[in-house]
Design a protein around this ligand. Sequence first.
Ligand code: 5GP
Length: 139
Amino acid sequence: MAETIFTKILRGDIPCHRVYEDDHVLAFLDINPIARGHTLVIPKEAAASLDQLSDDSAAAIGRVLPRIARAVLAATGATNFNILQNNGAPAHQAVFHVHFHIIPKHADGSGLEMEWNAGQLHDGAALATAIAAHATVPR
Ligand code: 5GP
């Protein structure tokens, strides 16, 4: 995988406003926040997208994501927030190193806005079976 700006942040070549770090995870403020407190949580493992991440790194992120979200809420006074995780350029991923956005939704309306084009589920049984067949494969 090509080196990204987040690899340089992990190495300390580029500064960041660090809010959390352990052996597997780093969290820091987004340089172009869409809301005050907008924080990025990344694995130290260099994986381009979430489907390529190891189970160990996924577990390490999952363990601390709620804790960092609580910290963002406590520090900003927000009580609502979104977790955003983009994979692939058409899905709005710009930095190809896995990252979770924690985005507070503030009373002034700042935060994540989205269009949600809900449809109807037609082939639920067949689709669930097809997905379930792959869902037990660890990485
Ligand atoms: P994506 O669209 O890939 O999900 O989001 C990438 C995020 O990384 C963007 O919100 C962008 O502002 C943030 N970002 C890009 N470069 C840097 C940087 O050098 N430092 C920090 N702190 N954030 C960055």
